[in-house]
Design a protein around this ligand. Structure first.
Ligand SMILES: Cc1cc2nc3c(=O)[nH]c(=O)nc-3n(C[C@H](O)[C@H](O)[C@H](O)COP(=O)(O)OP(=O)(O)OC[C@H]3O[C@@H](n4cnc5c(N)ncnc54)[C@H](O)[C@@H]3O)c2cc1C
Ligand code: FES
Ligand code: FES
Length: 491
């Protein structure tokens, strides 16, 4: 298709000539005069711009997802059904949506600037069927800031509607709201945006436009538009390549498609890869997790990206795909230098393969940041230590983020452990060796000595936490990914 087409509040809309890097937020406000959706930060942090999009759930059925419209470029909603706050009140006397009623009754709004975004996050919660623990409500709302009401009344309102699944026009229209094809070859305002739906179409697009950049969720790349006002001339979205989205069990482990969103990864990893799951739990907020992808996280090659340390510790392999087929690169060779990947021109990251974690191994990942939600790691760490029957370390992978120009394993600390008994003395020696592995930088998040100390303490904490249970799940909702051995034992 060569024009933009999406369903906005029940009406199909077609657009031509618009810049493909117009954000959905700017489109709604500037072009359609729909000013209910607010702009706060324009970088995914405040949630004021939240709208709902019908996406296919793991069961293959459409489900409402709250997303940040400030980070969605218009072609990213191609063929999809959107709901904005304007649609919530029914025409005539049918009144307001339960989320709006609950907010009003709980006195959850004062100046009201954040309210539409909060109501849209609650809109998703209204139709979710998996909000079965109190912390999940916090998790649902943590992408929305309010500066004047205070969060207690807002949370009380969320408690009223979460999982209530009313039979209304939104639940009734949902089965008919499955996304149409996203395939697109669009030009507007001198910019190009293509969304190939097959690999053949992708290779042709790359042959014709070898200078185009990939995008998937846009939670990283869109910031170039909203913060740096960049005019990106050519983009290729990988979002319509279904093969990239699959999360499957394979011989000896798991194949994680690069296009899987962080939310999808969270559901998949819960039982299968508890160490990765812990990191994913503290990754951004609901709206970011619904758009951000595994591939996008790794391909930014950020030294503080959260998924790389967890995957490095698990011994993952990157599956790289080009026109000639796939090639495999151990993840610890995927980041050759600061912000660089092992991808060659016209290649993409197709998937990550992760071996199954041996039951004899200890494995956990940790994230240390100034805030629990929506914060960038100061230091992150992920550890995998296996021992033999006598308790000697047979394998150690200690991976860190925020300690070097790339996500990196602590080679000296690993060497200090292998062959040694897994006890406090060996861990102390390895913790000491970490200072020789890294020369971290000092910045506003933490000084170099602080980072080095935290890195060593996380290893000590890992030893403590895995005393009773080797791969403990995170209990409840913690102030951080760290928990004590006593908490693990309490369960
Ligand atoms: C508010 C906010 C909170 C965030 N919180 C966190 C957090 O807690 N932890 C964290 O680690 N990150 C966080 N991020 C960063 C970001 O959300 C993640 O890195 C996310 O996983 C990026 O995925 P994406 O699909 O949106 O990437 P995009 O923005 O679509 O792409 C990012 C880059 O990767 C390239 N790319 C994407 N997929 C591929 C592929 N398959 N092959 C080759 N190249 C590819 C693109 O060309 C682009 O250069 C946050 C971002 C925001 C805005
Ligand atoms: S405007 Fe703040 S998250 Fe979009
Ligand atoms: S009611 Fe004013 S910011 Fe929330």
């Amino acid at each position: 298709m060569n024009h933009l087409r999406f369903n906005l509040n029940g009406e199909w809309i077609e657009e031509r000539g618009l810049s493909p890097t117009t954000t959905l937020l700017r489109y709604l406000r500037d072009r359609r005069g729909m000013t209910g959706t607010k702009e706060g930060c324009a970088e995914g942090d405040c949630g004021a711009c939240t709208v709902a999009v019908a996406e296919l759930g793991a069961d293959g059925k459409p489900t409402w997802r709250a997303v940040n419209s400030c980070l969605l470029l218009l072609p990213m909603v191609q063929g999809k059904h959107l709901v904005t706050v304007e649609a919530l009140k029914a025409k005539g006397d049918d009144g307001y949506h339960p989320a709006q009623v609950a907010m009003a009754r709980a006195l959850g709004s004062q100046c009201g600037y954040c309210t539409p975004g909060i109501v849209m996050a609650m809109f998703e919660a209204t139709y979710r069927t998996d909000l079965d623990a109190p912390w999940k409500l916090d998790d649902q709302l943590c992408g929305n800031l309010c500066r004047c009401t205070g969060y207690r009344p807002i949370r009380e309102a969320a408690e009223v509607v979460a999982g209530s699944c009313p039979k209304d026009r939104f639940s009734e229209s949902l089965p008919r709201s499955a996304p149409e094809s996203m395939a697109l070859s669009y030009e507007g305002a001198g910019q190009r945006f293509a969304t190939p739906a097959t690999f053949e179409a992708l290779w042709s697009e790359l042959d014709a436009h070898p200078d185009a950049r990939f995008v998937v969720g846009g939670t990283d790349l869109s910031l170039e538009v909203t913060k740096k006002f960049a005019v990106l001339p050519k983009l290729i979205s990988l979002e319509a390549l279904k093969e990239l989205k699959t999360l499957t069990e394979v011989d000896g482990g798991f194949r994680l498609g690069s296009g899987a969103t962080v939310s999808e990864l969270e559901d998949f990893c819960k039982e299968r890869l508890p160490s990765l799951h812990r990191m994913v739990r503290y990754f951004g907020a609901r709206q970011i997790k619904h758009r951000g992808t595994l591939g996008g996280n790794l391909c930014t090659a950020s030294p503080i990206g959260d998924l790389a340390p967890a995957l490095l510790s698990l011994g993952a392999t990157a599956i790289i795909r080009g026109r000639g087929g796939e090639r495999r690169v151990p993840l610890d060779q995927f980041f050759p230098a600061y912000r660089k990947t092992a991808l060659a021109a016209k290649e993409l990251l197709a998937a990550i393969e992760v071996p199954r974690v041996a039951s004899s191994a200890r494995a956990i990942s940790y994230k240390v940041s100034k805030r629990r939600e929506l914060d960038i790691s100061t230091v992150s760490a992920a550890f995998y230590v296996d021992t033999d029957a006598s308790g000697r370390v047979t394998a150690a992978r200690l991976a860190y983020g925020g300690m070097a120009a790339t996500p990196k394993r602590a080679a000296n600390a690993e060497a200090a452990l292998v062959g040694q008994p897994w006890n406090e003395a060996s861990v102390a020696a390895a913790a000491k060796a970490i200072a020789t592995d890294f020369t971290p930088m000092s910045d506003h998040r933490g000084s170099a000595p602080y980072r080095t100390l935290v890195a060593a303490n996380l290893l000590r904490g890992f030893f403590d936490e895995t005393r009773a249970v080797k791969q403990p799940a995170l209990v409840g909702r913690h102030a951080a990914t760290v928990q004590t051995a006593e908490e693990v034992a309490r369960g």
